[in-house]
Design a protein around this ligand. Sequence first.
Ligand code: CU
Length: 336
Amino acid sequence: MTSKTLFSLALLGAAFSATPALAHASLETGQIAAGSTYKAVMRIPHGCKGLPTIALTIDLPEGVIAAKPMPKPGWTVETVRGAYGKTYDYYGTPMSEGVTQIRWSGGELPDDFYDEFVFRARITGDLADTTVAFPTTQFCPEGQQVAWTEIAAPGQNPHDLAHPAPTLTVVAAAEKAGHGHGHNHGAMQMAQAGDLTIDSPFARATAGPARNGAAFLTVKNAGVEADRLVGAKAPVADRVELHTHLHENGVMKMRQIEAVEVPAGGEAALQPGGDHVMMMGLKAPLKEGESFPLTLIFEKAGEVTVDVMIGGVGAMEGQDHGGHGNHGGHGMKKSN
Ligand SMILES: [Cu+2]
């Protein structure tokens, strides 16, 4: 045997020991955000020592509610209902009892075959930052069974268990949605002035020694009268002007403008490539992740001060504008 073959075999061995899922009952998706609906696909890799699986039960842990099994051709599906440990809110409806076990029977899954058993359920917020187990038992002829019901004790490696219960890791909802991007600026930035709402003001970080910066935002007008943004003030800059971008002889140029119209029942969007608030003579660089106050002056609504978030050099939107996932987050995969 060559050394290359030996090396390959060693890798193969390592792969098997690192992924017991190949041999154990396991859930196809092992991680989900709290407060979401989970499609559980239970994978059954083999029968009972050569015997086929003729029934299967899955126990649902506390905090997993409103479960519904998916019908499976060739199998009878039944549910066992019971009281939950507490009353949960299910889309506004109090829910204190429901399915606690799902049982498939009447089919036959030969030992040499693999199959999947599917249900969906709500993973409640209570389960955030926990790992929950779904004890699963395979029943075979002659009273044989395989019970995947062992739960690792604290500090115990689940890989050391002979028949571990399939587990699901529940992460906090914020992580999955990408809201938790390192710096906590709180909820969506909005400010109100009369009928006007100023939504998600943001600026781009300045690069190098640049002494000018631009701020962007959307002004919504819920009133029946039009208004005009006629000026702005910011302590971070010597001078603040309203600008727009114009194409002149094929070149994009900035021009100062007198005002930005905010139509009645409409909005004015100040965004990259269009109208913007120009800050000239910055006293310090605009640093990503920080913020600064900007006072907007409206003809009718008067003055309103907003907190402007500083995004990356190429930011295209305010990062607290419910825009999910574009700002690093915690490296969680989006799985919806
Ligand atoms: Cu400008």
